[in-house]
Structure formats: C-alpha cells, structure tokens
Design a protein around this ligand. Structure first.
Ligand SMILES: Cc1ncc(COP(=O)(O)O)c(C=O)c1O
Length: 426
C-alpha cells in the first residue's frame, strides 16, 4: 500500500513527542528549487524554505555536486582530531564576508542554537563578565542558554522551570508598535540602573531583523547607538545572523546595511543550503579568549556541510544572488501591497531584501493582532498548494522565506494563491 500523509502522521504521532510541532500535516518526499512534492505526489510552492535554510533552493545542482564529491573523499574525522581543508576554507570565506575591518577568526558548529551558546561563552571569556542583554521578541534557539535569551515563553520554555540567569531583556525598537529608538535605548539604560551594572554585562545580542519575533528590522540608527553604547562600556555586540545571514536580506549579512560591525556574528541555516552547519565569526582577539579544548564538538564543521557551504557561497557569486534577492523582495512586496490595497486586515507589508512579512490586524487596528486569520490563511494556502509560515509574538505575521532562486512564475503563482486566500477569508 502506498504511503499517505495520514498514515505517516499516525506513525509520527505514536513515535515522535508532541513537543516537536508540525505546521503542515504533510510529509515531503522530494523537492527541487522552490517546489516540494509530498508522499502522495502533490506539488507545493515552498514559501517557507525550511525556515530560511534554502536561500539557494532545494537541491541546488552545485551544492549537490559538491557534497557528492566530498562524499567520495571524507565524511568525518572530528576536526579537533584530524583537521581538513574545507573547514578552514569556510572560515576564511565567511570571515571575508562578515562586516568589520579587523582580523577575524571563525568557529564552526552544527546548529544556530549552538552558535549562539558559543558566542555567549566567547563573550564571557573575553570580558570576564557574565551578564547578557537580549531583546523582547528575540529568538535565539531552544537550548537552555538560548531559551533564556529567547524573548517568547510559550511554547519554547513554558513549563520547563528556571532558565540560566544573568539575562536581561531590553525593548526591541518597533515604530509600528510604538517603541521608538529612544525608548529602546532607554530600556537598556534602565537595565543598567535596575538590574545589572554595565561592568557586569558581557554582551548585547540582537537580530538585525527579528525572525520568529515578526520580521521587524532594527533601524540603522539603533544599531549604531547600540555599537556606541557597547564601546563605551566594553560590552561585546553579538549580531545573531542565523536567519538574516547567507544572503536573505540583500547583502550576505544584514549588518552590512547597518553601518557598524558586530564583535561576534552567529550564522547557520542557509549558509550550507540544507546541510547542518553553523558558526561564530568575530574579532580574532575575542575568538581566541577560550583556551584549546574549550570550543568544538564531535560533528562541528562536518566535511559534507563545509563542502555544501563553499558551494553555496560560490553560487551566490556566480548567479548574482544578492541582486536577485533584492529583485525577489521588490517583486513580492509589490504583489503583496496590491493585495493589501483590497484588504483592511493587512496592516503592514515589510521587507529587508527577501525577508518579507505581512502583519494582520482585526479591522486594521494595530492593537488587535489577527492571529486566527493568519492561521486560516496558512491552512487555506496549503489547500491551494502554497506552503507558508507565520511568526510574531502574537502569531499574527505571515512570513515569506522563498528560495531566492525561485523563478518569477513561481513567485507569481504564490502571490495569486495568497490573493485568493485573502479574497475568500479576510
Ligand atoms: C535568529 C536565530 N537564532 C538562532 C536560531 C536557532 O537555530 P537552530 O534552530 O539551528 O538551533 C534561530 C532559528 O530559527 C534563529 O532564527
């Protein structure tokens, strides 16, 4: 009997804990660029991109070829036991792309959460301090330290008891919801007065564009003031570019658009086009703060994932994907604004490059997040063959992370489905 989504779902429910959520009741069988085919042979347009992992599309031929080639040579030694060149080359190439006119070193790990954990470890070792300031609505992962940093309790840390201490939360600036740059800066000054002195703070960690939090873009002015504040107090600035990095926002790293450099940058997701690779790149003097043996991991910087990352960076150059990213963003924003003109529930359409969000409010009232409507649109779009994701503190934001390699026809089909969904539901 051929497998169906329903029969596999029954097995999944019995075998996998419910804490591993699933947005769409679909089992993927294969995929190519921006199209996924499920186990029943139905095709879907993929506007989710595996949550920002597939900037170069599913199974980019160059990435596949690079991994196949690596597969015939070496799959594992553990870099700390026997090193291999692709790891070093990834570190060199990432360092050349991360903003900052200073000597850099790069550590490779496996997941975004692990990258953030290590960035905090490095900042603590480099400064001799323990505190970290993170932001409301920030998302940094699901491991214990990153759960402290993540500014959303349900579902991530609810019911799990106390998380690691020494984390203080400042306000992320967001004009749409009434938090100005001055308000956000004042919230940090309040932390210094109420919670911890600057000399106890090792780092401030920020997403240049919040991912899970709702795709809000940090104003350039805010990032610059944050940089100045960090310099004033000897605090390290960590840019969490796990979601924004690898070309999603129109530059290889979003910080390139902010006019200042972070001390440490975390990256993951699309850097290796679907293979598990992440890392921290930062000022060499800080990256060297931890003694030999204090960084690493058995699978960290796996050779297959490194080969994939080198191919991804080449593809970006060869196919001019940063330009394409801007074009994809403009194309989709134009289409989404046309839908917005007909529907009051769409309160905001925003994008940095191809990191695109549509925020829904009941009756257009910014104080009434329309989470239910977002859920209905995501479900209806799936029925019509489009895979979407939501995000935001209130779950009222539709987010688009379509492969940058998707052709215009696919973007237009996705837009047409979205327009139908709004016509039917909003
Ligand atoms: C900004 C940011 N940081 C960290 C993470 C955690 O990455 P991972 O899920 O690979 O652990 C994510 C994942 O969505 C993220 O968006």
């Amino acid at each position: 009997m051929s497998k169906t989504n329903e029969s596999l779902m029954q097995r999944r429910v019995a075998a996998v804990p419910r804490g591993v959520g699933q947005i769409h009741p679909i089992f993927a069988a294969k995929a190519e660029n921006a199209i996924v085919t499920d186990v029943e042979g139905r095709e879907f347009i993929d506007f989710a991109g595996g949550i920002a992992v597939l900037n170069t599309g599913h199974l980019h031929p160059k990435v596949v070829a690079a991994v196949q080639d690596q597969l015939t040579k070496l799959t594992h030694t553990c870099f700390q036991v026997l090193a291999y060149e692709p790891y070093v080359e990834v570190c060199e190439k990432v360092a050349a792309r991360v903003p900052g006119n200073f000597a850099k070193k790069t550590l490779l790990v496996t997941t975004g959460s692990e990258a953030v954990e290590n960035a905090v470890k490095i900042a603590r070792a480099a400064t001799g301090r323990a505190g970290v300031i993170a932001f409301t609505g920030g998302y940094h992962g699901r491991t214990m330290m990153t759960l402290s940093l993540t500014g959303k309790v349900v579902p991530y840390s609810a019911g799990m008891g106390l998380m690691p201490g020494g984390v203080y939360r400042a306000q992320y600036p967001c004009e749409l919801h009434g938090v100005s740059v001055d308000d956000a800066m004042a919230s940090i000054e309040r932390i210094f007065k109420n919670d911890a002195e600057p000399r106890d703070i090792a780092a401030i960690i920020i997403e240049p564009v919040q991912g899970e939090g709702g795709f809000y873009v940090a104003p350039k002015e805010f990032m610059q003031r944050l940089r100045a504040l960090c310099d004033q107090h000897g605090i390290l600035l960590i840019a969490d570019e796990v979601q924004t990095g690898a070309g999603r926002t129109g530059t290889f790293f979003a910080m390139e658009q902010m006019g200042v450099a972070a001390d440490l940058t975390t990256f993951a997701k699309s850097i290796a086009g679907g293979f598990p690779l992440a890392g921290v790149c930062g000022k060499a003097e800080y990256m060297d703060a931890i003694a030999p043996g204090g960084l690493g991991g058995t699978y960290a910087g796996n050779p297959l994932a490194c080969a994939a990352a080198l191919a991804v960076m080449e593809v970006f150059e060869e196919e001019n994907l940063l330009d394409r990213c801007k074009a994809v963003g403009e194309h989709l924003v134009t289409g989404l604004k046309a839908i917005q003109a007909k529907h009051k529930s769409i309160g905001d359409v925003r994008a940095l490059g191809a990191m695109i969000a549509v925020e829904l409010f009941e009756g257009g009232d910014v104080h009434k997040p329309a989470a239910a409507l977002v859920g209905q649109i995501v479900a209806k779009a799936r029925e019509k063959g489009l895979i979407l994701l939501s995000c935001g503190t209130y779950g009222n934001v539709l987010r688009i992370l379509v492969p940058i390699t998707a052709p215009d026809e696919v973007l237009d089909k996705g837009l047409a489905i979205l327009a139908e969904c709004f016509d039917e539901l909003a």
